[in-house]
Ligand binder design. Structure first.
Ligand code: ACM
Ligand code: ZN
Length: 650
């Protein structure tokens, strides 16, 4: 007799409590399945020695067998009959959905196609990696994602990611059942896409006279085809983006004839100082020049050769019109079409490139500015990014335009963990409550975006993404009523060792369980009587007082990048005998890394005690010396706006 425990209520993650064959562990999955029932008994992993992979589901059984071995089923071999692990085609299930039954010494997986089979394999892998690895609990899962589009964008222009690094990203994201990888291939900094027709693009568009070690990095067509192949085996569709008509300094470096004014342009690395970037703001393609549209068609044709995805992302974000307003060709176009405002030049371009995408049987995705004046059509997809995104969501849905939600609040992981905390992301609901049921199908899904201006290594990329991306995976996959922070919090703690085994360099978030820090107009009380003096420009409501309020999850956030002239001083109301000082800056970024820590016994004369390290920390031992004031003196130019979490005096 089995005793069944139904564990699909809010907050439950499955805990096995049966008395027969009692497994000792919890079932611990991220994202949480939408329906899971735990049965008594278990199946030793060592008994999973055979598998059938029907051709109706698997076109490359050898590759799938390799995935099963990697998932921890190291003894499994292909067989035609009586397999322990069976996959069965089930057309009643949705794409990416699957059923998984572990019972009576067998595993049966049902799925409509390969996408569901892959997700079921990842569930098995998670069960193996989070159990004692010797036995899988008997269970029944019936699982379908909330959203079909579960994406991650990687900015390949600001910094370059090798094919091997992209493969690591694909392995990691697919482990948490994400299925779309959006590659931002071009921007002002570099044109990373090799094109047969325009070889100069990758020569001049990736060349920096002052940074030879960063120059010449781009993807050949074969590189990208290899990424597509690798991704497709892992149920990840790769979607290319060529950002137009703005963000194009690197393109214009190779093809200045596509600019409004001609002349010389130069791609710039983020490492180059702002004031030595040439014509950095003049990054627009000339829409009035017919050659521009010809160029776009060439790009779409060549992208179509590489990427089988139905989607093609053609950018459309942050398009200043200043140069178009002074360009005779653009002005001629505006006049001929009776335009009444400069933004309509972008709209004209949007309509043309959307039609070109359809000519090549693609659906255009564009950043939400393409719909600013209501020009996007139901044949396009709007990728919502600005602010919270709900206004753009309502605007697009009211005209039946499909969208993908990737708003800054919730989805931008170039922001530090202070601005988009793991908990804020987990508790984020991407659908505006006013959206009616008949419009829900237009919300294709959700996407995390990692812009890489200040992310230059794979380790740092993973640090910005994890654990936050696992929280978002549950937003993407699990129905809202099945989500629960306490349950996720317990599960993610069990995933740190798993992420280590997977080689993910995750961020150790000491404020993981805290709710979002919400600064208020009113300044917080200080932990001691004191007066704060600083010349770092303020960024209210992130008041300086938050750096000395006794709480390390609240913080002061400066309003510009800081350099040698900047300081931050706390004058104590009464002198204290201090043993030590510790200063914590930054959260996962926005660290102060070039600065001295000084102390003063009289509030006037300061002596240097130590320097800040690369993690934005400084410490000093004072051996109970008299202390009147503590000063942070910045000693070098930073690119970030500094965060000071806390000045701790012991
Ligand atoms: C964007 O962040 N400019 C799409
Ligand atoms: Zn022009």
């Amino acid at each position: 007799m089995y005793t069944k425990f139904l564990l699909q209520s809010i907050g439950a993650f499955a805990l096995l409590t049966s008395c027969e064959n009692k497994p000792t562990e919890k079932v611990n999955l991220i994202p949480q399945p939408n329906q899971i029932e735990i049965l008594n008994g278990s199946l030793p992993v060592s008994r999973i020695t055979s598998v059938t992979l029907p051709s109706s589901l698997f076109s490359m059984p050898d590759s799938t067998l390799m995935l099963l071995h990697q998932a921890g089923l190291t003894d499994v071999r292909l067989t035609d009959k009586d397999a322990v692990l069976k996959f069965e085609k089930d057309d009643s299930l949705a794409e990416n959905g699957y059923t998984l039954l572990i019972k009576k010494g067998k595993i049966t997986i049902g799925c409509r196609d390969y996408s569901g089979a892959f997700n079921a394999i990842k569930t098995l892998q998670q069960l193996i990696m989070t159990s004692d690895k010797k036995a899988l609990p008997n269970l029944e899962i019936r699982d379908t994602p909330r959203f079909a589009y579960r994406g991650l964008m990687i900015d390949c222009s600001r910094h370059f990611w090798t094919v091997d690094e992209l493969k690591q990203t694909i392995d990691q994201m697919s482990y948490f059942k994400l299925n779309k990888l959006h590659l931002h291939l071009t921007d002002n900094n570099a044109w990373r896409l090799q094109m047969d027709k325009y070889p100069a693009l990758t020569e001049k568009g990736t060349y920096y006279y002052d940074y030879p070690e960063l120059s010449g990095k781009y993807y050949t067509k074969d590189d990208l085809k290899e990424v597509v192949r690798y991704a497709s085996l892992r149920n990840v569709e790769v979607i290319p983006e060529v950002d137009m008509p703005g963000h194009n300094t690197a393109l214009l470096a190779a093809m200045p004839e596509l600019s409004c004014n001609g002349g010389e342009f130069e791609a710039y690395p983020e490492e180059r100082a702002l004031n030595s970037r040439k014509r950095g703001m003049e990054n627009m393609i000339c829409v009035g020049n017919p050659l521009s549209l010809q160029f776009v068609e060439d790009v779409i044709r060549e992208l179509s050769d590489i990427f089988p995805s139905e989607y093609i992302h053609l950018g459309g974000d942050e398009v200043p019109t200043t140069y178009w307003e002074k360009c005779p060709k653009c002005q001629k176009l505006a006049k001929a079409n009776g335009m009444t405002e400069p933004g309509q030049i972008q709209d004209h371009f949007t309509r043309d490139v959307s039609a070109l995408a359809r000519k090549y049987k693609k659906t255009m995705i564009g950043w939400d500015e393409i719909d600013e004046r209501g020009v996007a059509s139901p044949e396009d997809v709007v990728m919502v990014w600005r602010n919270e995104g709900f206004e753009q969501q309502r605007h697009a849905l009211s005209r039946n335009i499909p969208i993908i939600m990737a708003p800054q609040h919730g989805c931008y992981y170039d922001w530090g963990y202070a601005g988009n905390s793991t908990r804020k992301i987990y508790e984020w609901e991407p659908v505006d409550p006013s959206v009616s049921a008949d419009k829900l199908h237009l919300i294709k899904g959700v996407q995390a975006c990692l812009w890489t201006e200040r992310v230059a290594t794979q380790n740092r990329l993973e640090w910005m993404l994890y654990p936050r991306l696992t929280a978002l995976s549950e937003v993407m996959w699990t129905q809202p009523e099945k989500k629960d922070w306490e349950s996720y919090y317990e599960r993610i703690n069990a995933y740190y060792p798993v992420m280590e085994l997977l080689g993910i360099n995750y961020y150790e978030d000491d404020a993981l369980n805290e709710t979002e820090f919400a600064p208020t107009d009113e300044k917080p009380a200080l932990i001691r009587h004191a007066n704060i003096e600083t010349n770092i420009p303020l960024n209210p409501p992130y008041h300086p007082e938050y750096a000395f309020d006794g709480r390390s999850n609240s913080f002061f956030w400066g309003g510009t990048s800081v350099g040698k002239e900047h300081y931050f001083t706390i004058h104590l109301g009464e002198p204290v005998k201090a043993q030590a000082i510790e200063i914590i800056t930054g959260d996962s970024k926005d660290y102060i890394t070039m600065a001295d820590l000084l102390v003063s016994a009289d509030g006037v004369n300061f002596t240097k005690t130590s320097e800040f390290n690369d993690l934005g920390e400084a410490k000093a031992n004072l051996d109970r010396g008299e202390l009147r004031a503590v000063k942070i003196q910045v000693t070098g130019q930073h690119t970030c706006w500094p965060i000071i979490k806390e000045v701790i005096i012991r």
